[in-house]
Design a protein around this ligand. Structure first.
Ligand code: THU
Length: 137
């Protein structure tokens, strides 16, 4: 499916914050941008730590910032990984967090560039999710 202009802009917002990534251990910078129900865009970057397990992915940085800012209604998320040579999809921890706050229909765009970006959805990346199944009952 073709990526809409709205999602292209969301990807550009994710790409724009990549220079803010704190990725001194992996040198793998990631930017994320969340599209809220009212059109607000909230961004985040990966924030690493010398105690590696404390690293926060860009997706979770953006989602936690959005939740902390009072947003509860989410339509899409874009993830920019320009340091990769192929599109990098969200990790398992981020898929779990996405499923907590996003509807299964929410769109997920990820790519090392806009030209190679992949369009998916929360439900596609995290199928058979118990929380979504419960919310549909
Ligand atoms: N990372 C993200 O921020 N999001 C992803 O979707 C993939 C991985 C970060 C975590 C770590 O800081 C670096 O990329 C290398 O894994």
């Amino acid at each position: 499916m073709e990526i809409s202009i709205e999602l292209c802009k969301l990807y550009e917002a994710a790409l724009a914050v990549v220079p803010r990534a704190y990725a001194r251990y992996s040198n793998f910078r990631v930017g994320a941008a969340v599209l809220c129900g009212d059109g607000t865009v909230i961004t985040g970057v990966n924030v690493e730590n010398r105690s590696f397990g404390l690293t926060n992915c860009a997706e979770r940085s953006a989602i936690f910032t959005a939740i902390s800012s009072g947003f509860t209604d989410f339509r899409a998320i874009a993830i920019a990984t320009p340091d990769a040579s192929y599109p990098v999809s969200p990790c398992g921890a981020c898929r779990q967090v996405l499923s907590e706050f996003f509807p299964a229909s929410a769109q997920v765009v990820f790519g090392n560039s806009l030209a190679t970006a992949v369009l998916s959805s929360v439900g596609e990346l995290y199928p058979y999710d118990a929380l979504h199944e419960l919310s549909h009952r």
